[in-house]
Design a protein around this ligand. Structure first.
Ligand code: ME8
Length: 654
């Protein structure tokens, strides 16, 4: 027996930073359709997905929630797995970058690159975008903003390891030129060459010391491995590369397709192939950068508050309509729009009207005219040929389009046959033939042709709409042996005599206005619950906007002292400012403070507060202020920081 051809497909591994939205699910749904299609056409498929769990961002979020990073990611990852179940994602392996085998292998990879001189130690001084976990140069971070997400970058300086990317630059350019299929679509290839490779590659900083939530460098454990080196390695560690059992690595690597969103093409087509070159490993055959799912003209993202929740959609409409919309409406590679109205209208037209009706009309007619048994065909007529030719050629057509990753075009082609079959019913008018006993044979042929066409459609849609296909098969009594790719070889395999059985409506028509109003209400409720949850947990957006990390040296620059208020008065013409005289050790200081709305001068006298004693003096309303006193601000209120036991004024605060 000849061995099956293999096919290795990967999605990016997701940040478990928050609930995934419909934009995130897009990559995985597309990868799933491809994986299922390849399995259908006889390949031995390995479909990998997972989660990217290290990094400063995760550490900060976990800290703000008062849990350990691992506790935090465990909960989110469980939710992500549930979502993939809901979306019918047929992954073969789910990798977590916190998995032990992954961490150990990343350490080995790092050590190998260091031992062979591709990684060296130096100092990193530059700009870092924490949300994107990406380093940028001054020229890239125009105006101090991350070119990807637009948020401010942070200046950092630390001892770090560097990866000699520059050494491999020419080899990579040559590779890209000699392998036109490597970066797709074409536009992304040009972007990589012109924007990143032509200007020249800098060596890449591949370790951090300013946080600890990462994989420690085995020979210098105060460093953790840069998240992208950690994350990209998942595609081979998941296969057992560098481990005792590396049979899957040998079997599946290099990947046939690595699907990624366009924001991370840069990492996958520059850093990743250079890592592989340095390790002496083959480069993936294709990296495909898909476009954005947009809402109201902008990219869907949690920070913009415009996310669409896939769970709500699936609960209301079922999983297949959601998958269908994503795969059909967004030409793979381009940006596409999602909104509830477009989605419901597409569901009504393509699924309820076109596909659903075709199946229900056919089954109903067989029940009515042939007592529920599929009749045998007889002589063909010209009108049959058009339908039969289209149905016979479709599998090859769809396979070619899928090989080119033209997923929405593949669905377009399948729906042409759905449309043709509905038109065939209108043209051949079975209801009229049924009234004439002499036309019974012709009527039988028509209904047989329809059953066979629906069978072909059902097999072809199974990778895209995996829960609809079995429903169609059961209504038409299609045997499992007739759901294979081989069964599409030639028209006419449907067995006459099989019993059909009307089942539930495949796609009930949706009342657009009513459903939109219902979805709006749910969204409002979800938003108000999220606000309430934030309020009760004491969390607000400000808390998530953590400031850049500082060192003890930075903190030590502050001169904080206890100070006793000896006199206090209001400043004329201001309802916010108080002028205070403070005893600080042997000296008296004047400080102006904006606390007049909460505190009267009488409240203040005698209190011991904390003074920032080395703040540059300023003038407020003409009064000198030599320092600042500390207060907390929340919910529009102020509260002074005071001492909970007696302590001498002038004591230092650390
Ligand atoms: O980037 N439309 O993870 P991630 C379409 N951990 N795709 C979108 C999208 C949108 N509105 N928003 C996000 C990461 N995506 C890294 C990957 S791989 C070694 C490490 C896509 O959770 C995004 O482009 O931020 C990416 O492909 C995927 O969702 C996961 O994004």
């Amino acid at each position: 027996m000849t061995e099956k051809k293999t096919y290795y497909i990967t999605t990016p591994i997701y940040y478990p930073s928050d609930k995934l939205h419909i934009g995130n699910t897009y990559t995985t749904v597309a990868a799933d359709a491809l994986a299922r299609f390849k399995r259908l056409t006889g390949y031995d498929v390995m479909f990998l997905t997972g989660t990217d769990e290290h990094g400063q961002k995760i550490q900060r979020i976990a800290q703000s929630k008062g849990v350990t990073p691992k506790e935090y990611v465990d909960v989110i990852v469980a939710g992500i797995k549930d979502l993939w179940k809901l979306m019918d994602i047929s992954y073969d392996k789910f990798i977590r970058t916190t998995d032990d085998y992954h961490e150990k292998t990343v350490q080995k990879i790092f050590k190998q690159l260091y031992d062979q001189g591709d990684i060296y130690k130096g100092f990193y001084e530059g700009l870092y975008c924490t949300p994107c976990e990406a380093f940028w140069t001054e020229t890239q971070a125009v105006g101090g903003k991350c070119p990807d997400c637009g948020r401010p970058v942070e200046r950092t300086k630390e001892e770090a390891y560097f990866f000699k990317m520059s050494k491999y630059q020419d080899r990579l350019v040559k590779y890209i030129e000699e392998h036109p299929d490597f970066i797709q679509p074409e536009s992304r290839k040009n972007e990589m060459i012109n924007n990143f490779l032509k200007p020249g590659l800098d060596d890449l900083c591949v370790s951090r010391t300013s946080f600890s939530w990462g994989i420690p460098v085995s020979f210098d454990p105060k460093h953790v491995v840069y998240v992208w080196i950690d994350a990209l390695s998942n595609y081979i560690t998941a296969l057992g590369y560098g481990q005792e059992d590396d049979s899957n690595y040998k079997k599946y690597w290099p990947a046939d397709v690595q699907l990624v969103g366009k924001d991370i093409v840069r990492f996958h087509t520059i850093i990743w192939p250079i890592m592989l070159m340095a390790l002496g490993l083959p480069i993936p055959k294709r990296v495909f950068g898909h476009g954005w799912l947009l809402v109201d003209g902008g990219k869907m993202s949690k920070s913009k508050g415009n996310v669409v929740d896939p769970v709500v959609l699936v609960n209301h409409f079922g999983v297949d309509p959601v998958r269908y919309y994503l795969l059909r409406e967004i030409p793979f590679g381009s940006d596409g729009l999602f909104n509830n109205e477009l989605f419901i209208k597409k569901l009504n037209s393509d699924l309820a009207n076109d596909l659903g009706n075709l199946v229900s009309r056919t089954v109903t007619m067989i029940e009515k005219y042939f007592g529920g048994s599929v009749p045998a065909p007889s002589a063909r007529e010209d009108v049959d040929d058009e339908l039969i030719n289209l149905a016979s050629e479709l599998p090859r057509e769809v396979e070619k389009l899928m090989d080119d990753l033209k997923i929405s075009d593949a669905l377009d082609e399948i729906w042409k046959l759905v449309g043709r079959a509905n038109k065939y019913i209108d043209e051949t008018t079975p209801w009229a033939l049924s009234k004439d006993e002499s036309k019974k044979e012709r009527l039988a042929s028509i209904l047989y042709n329809l059953c066979e066409t629906i069978r072909i459609i059902s097999v072809l849609i199974s990778p895209f709409l995996p829960s609809t296909s079995p429903k169609i098969n059961s209504q038409l009594g299609i045997d499992k042996s007739l759901t294979t790719w081989e069964s599409l070889d030639g028209f006419g395999k449907f067995k006459p005599g099989v019993k059909v059985k009307r089942g539930e409506v495949l796609f009930p028509r949706i009342d657009v206005e009513g459903k939109l109003a219902e979805l709006d209400k749910i969204r409002e409720k979800q938003e108000s619950e999220a606000r309430k949850e934030d309020a009760t947990s004491g969390r607000d957006n400000k808390a998530e906007q953590t400031k850049p990390e500082i060192t003890m040296d930075d903190f030590a620059k502050l001169d904080l002292k206890t100070a006793k208020v000896t006199a206090c008065e209001k400043i004329k013409g201001s309802d916010k400012l108080l002028k205070l005289q403070l005893a600080v050790g042997g000296e008296t200081r004047q400080v102006v403070s904006g606390i007049a709305k909460q505190y009267t001068p009488e409240d203040m006298i005698g209190k011991t507060v904390i003074l920032v004693a080395n703040l540059k003096p300023i003038k407020l309303r003409g009064e000198d202020s030599f320092g600042m006193i500390l207060a907390a601000e929340g919910d529009g209120k102020l509260s002074l920081v005071t001492m909970d036991s007696d302590i001498a004024p002038g004591s230092s605060v650390r």
